[in-house]
Write a protein of this length. Sequence first.
Length: 504
Amino acid sequence: MIKVIEPDTDKVTKKAVKALMTEIHRDDSKDRNYVNMQVNPCKMCMPMGGAMALKGVKNAMTIIHGSQGCSTYIRRHMAAHYNEPVDIASSSLSEEGTVYGGSKNLKIGIRNLVNMYQPEVVGVLTTCLAETIGDDIERIVREVRETGEFDGIDIIPIPTPGYGGSQTEGYFDTIKALITYFAKNQVQIPGKLEKSEVPFINIILSDATCEDVREIKRMVELFGVKALFIPDISDALDAPFTNHYNKLSEEGISREELKKVIYAKATIELGDLVGANHSPALFLEETFGIKAYRLPLPIGINNTDCLVHALAEVFEKDMPTALEVERGRLMDGMIDAHKHSATGDIAVFGDMNLVMGISCLVLENGMRLKLAATGSMSKRFKEQLESKLDQYQQKAEILQDTDYEIIREVIQREGVNLMIGPSDGKFIWEKDHVDFIRVGFPVHDHVGAQRKNLMGYKGSLRFLDEITNHLLDQKHKGYRDRMYQTYYPKKESHKPIQADEAAR
Ligand code: SF4
């Protein structure tokens, strides 16, 4: 039960509020994963993932059907993380729209954005509010199309209720909606269902930085084959500086390419923790018979091997020599790091797929995984992580649907010396001075998060080096003081005595 704090009593001191919050937070169930209130949740909402996916589609514009705050929140996070201009429209639902339905707002919003941006694709994402009042966006979008005013523009309704999951489900659902929409339009053209002879593969990659996408593209190219990245944020959200400004990204997967998705030899979905009903790869397999490979994010040597083996199997090719060399270099780097890895007591938090990938790298390099935490809920996350922990004979706290209050508590209790996750962990870093590597989304207090490479053999090695260097810095920092205190324990400090102290 959530108790109500009377604000005018004045008896509610800061301490009492804290005690009350703890009581609400913990509940009696003794189940760490069960909370009925969250403080600073460890996730973003579904439309955030939807907006992210649409940013990787060429000439696409997003409109968020809900109150203005939802699109502001998403724009603010994306602009700060990518340091790129991020335009997202809002149907700007107010009291009237909330009570009588938001159809009018959404229709006007779509007309305005088409006039301003002239997009080829419009993704209409819903929010908590639009879903709660029960707005039927399928019908509203159908009515918009039937006016004939927007012929030639693909307007796609995508349900993404903020409370329906995390940004991960929103991301995968949006990809699935795009594929479904373009596949549906495609089958209406006679003769087009024939599988193409051109060998290419679909790659759906979650939680990747722009540099990660470029790296996986490079790995695929080493096989001498082609891939469609759905979506492709590599240049769209990390564009080079030019003298002209486009309101919409000219990079990303085009709608013509989205129509070709159903002719691929296979689909590799990297990030395999969402439920089957959210998986675009399984949808393509069930509907069009395109073989689905659902794999973990290629972070660490074992996970990257899974991707390379899948590519080799699909195209019936051997592992390219260049990749063999990179794999060997990663192994060499693992040997270099191993004498320092054992000093790592690591906490990983953020999106579940990324947490899983990083946890695998931590475990395979002999660090102690103390905490793996995500704001999402996934049976697969817990099962796969437990099995990995068993494999490496380790035990770690696994938290789902969690928040940064609980994460902080576990980090303090377990003596974690390195945190890895998005910028939301910075409050723990500030308050408790626990070392911190920022990865994932959002990273808004550092620059360059979109250019970090964590995936593939090369990315894993770079990331492992970064982790090891943090552990080495911890060892070197204060080393002389620690030695002095150990061998001359009676002295308070080895600092030279000041003149005024000596005089006393
Ligand atoms: S959680 Fe709901 S209200 Fe909040 S930003 Fe997301 S969609 Fe909007």
